[in-house]
Design a protein around this ligand. Structure first.
Ligand code: ADP
Ligand code: MG
Length: 254
């Protein structure tokens, strides 16, 4: 873990009003597969600048993961521009891009992606380490407790339930201190009851001021969103806020 951390810039990217902005303009992401071109994203325009619980909803293959990877600078568009916290990722240097990503976004995955050889606490500390935070172990302990897993600090991933592993993964994302959480089907491998608990935890992060973007094929989950972006065949076909506000998580069924 030592050596991975890059020093924070003197002026923290989160300090300005641009700190949590996501701007995609005319974004296309095409994949050449043999003789065919797969248009994973096709002319996507998206602007998010609020602390909100945003759900991107779409069928399998509609481009959800591609969208998150572009927002998180894990991938680059074929055409169009992606700006994260005001940094245009498409023209930025590699170092600028890395800095923007590391100080802005954290990923949460369907299959948790914990390091199997590290304890829960060490997994969470990794998040604090890569973000170059002071007293990473203290940060990790506090965050692990905040997700209700203070008593699981020394457990390894295989000694935890799926819901607990996902909570560790969320804690790892929170330990970075980054303002944007990107979650790719975070309840996809969980039973209904556990999935609902994870949604509650993610919603609470949005209420505490984070920008939380959850992608899912599960329409029920979109009912508890502040904002719903619908994807179909690589295009945004709807972008709306539920009339009357989000439904209560307790009202969900699937
Ligand atoms: N690396 C890749 N190479 C080729 N095709 C890809 C690649 N990644 C995604 N695709 C294709 O792009 C489309 C969108 O994929 P994806 O973003 O993973 O969708 P979703 O997450 O909504 O299921 C799919 O048709 C998928 O097969
Ligand atoms: Mg996907």
């Amino acid at each position: 873990m030592e050596g991975v951390a890059e020093p924070r810039p003197a002026v923290d990217a989160r300090a300005g009003s641009e700190g949590t902005r996501i701007d995609l303009d005319g974004v296309c992401r095409y994949f050449q597969v043999g003789d065919t071109v797969v248009k994973a994203l096709d002319d996507v325009n998206l602007h998010v600048d609020e602390s909100a619980f945003v759900v991107a909803l779409g069928a399998s293959g509609s481009g959800k993961t591609t969208l998150l990877n572009l927002i998180g600078s894990l991938d680059a568009p074929t055409a169009g521009t992606v700006r994260l916290a005001g940094v245009e990722l498409t023209t930025a240097s590699r170092a600028e891009r890395t800095r923007a990503r590391r100080s802005t976004v954290s990923f949460i995955f369907q299959s948790f992606n914990l390091f199997p050889g590290l304890t829960a606490l060490e997994n969470v500390q990794f998040g604090a380490d890569v973000a170059g935070r002071d007293a990473p172990e203290t940060v990790a302990r506090q965050v692990l407790e905040s997700v209700g897993l203070g008593d699981r600090a020394r457990h390894f991933a295989h000694q935890l339930s799926g819901g607990e592993q996902q909570r560790v993964a969320i804690a790892r994302a929170l330990a970075t201190g980054n303002p944007i959480l990107l979650a790719d089907e975070p309840t996809g491998e969980l039973d209904f009851h556990t999935g609902v608990q994870i949604l509650e935890l993610l919603r609470a992060q949005a209420e505490a001021g984070k920008t939380v973007i959850v992608v899912t094929h599960n329409r029920e989950i979109s009912r508890v969103a502040d904002r719903v972006i619908e994807l179909s065949s690589g295009r945004i076909v709807a972008d709306h806020r539920p009339v009357g506000g989000p439904a209560a998580i307790a009202d969900l069924h699937w």
